[in-house]
Ligand binder design. Structure first.
Ligand code: SF4
Length: 164
């Protein structure tokens, strides 16, 4: 059975995260127990990567409706590969990652940029990234320690992923 947690369902969790980390740890253990007992799959939807770290086996990062990176939680937080994932993690002060220069605002979903949709904001963009016909695949990369729970490996949608 799949249990979906959207941003509204997070509100109490976020409150405890701000108030008391020990209580938060107990909540995490309780959620894990319930998950095991009822054989549940949790799907968490969040804009803040810091809140899903301890609750997720696998994390998918989306930009303008497309998957930018998919990895085990262990790999994603230890070594983010996609420039957007790096920027998101840099926005979490307690992770202490130096923020890359992220330009501008997200584009409107009604007017998605050509090529890689992230190119207008990407500090690593090269001219090829904006080519109209560019379809950036969610490429499988053998990087990092953790295989995903279903045996898949991490995937990154970036034509420069192998250089990162
Ligand atoms: S494809 Fe280009 S613009 Fe997109 S994330 Fe990679 S380097 Fe940045």
């Amino acid at each position: 059975m799949l249990l979906v947690w959207d941003e509204n369902a997070w509100q109490d969790y976020l409150w405890w995260q701000a108030q008391d980390r020990r209580v938060l740890k107990r909540i995490n253990l309780l959620l894990a127990d319930i998950q095991r007992q009822y054989r549940l799959t949790y799907l968490f939807i969040a804009h803040d990567l810091s809140v899903v770290e301890y609750l997720s086996d696998r994390v998918g990062v989306m930009y303008l409706g497309k998957m930018a990176e998919l990895a085990s939680s262990e790999d994603l937080y230890a070594e983010p590969l996609h420039p957007y994932t790096k920027a998101l993690l840099a926005a979490v002060p307690e992770l202490g990652v130096a923020p890359p220069p992220l330009q501008g605002e997200p584009a409107s979903p009604l007017s998605v940029p050509s090529g890689c949709a992230f190119h207008p904001r990407c500090p690593l963009a090269i001219p090829t990234c904006s080519e109209v016909e560019l379809d950036v695949p969610l490429e499988r990369l053998h990087v990092g320690a953790g295989a995903l729970p279903d045996g898949d490996i991490r995937r990154v949608a970036c034509i420069r992923a192998r250089e990162l």
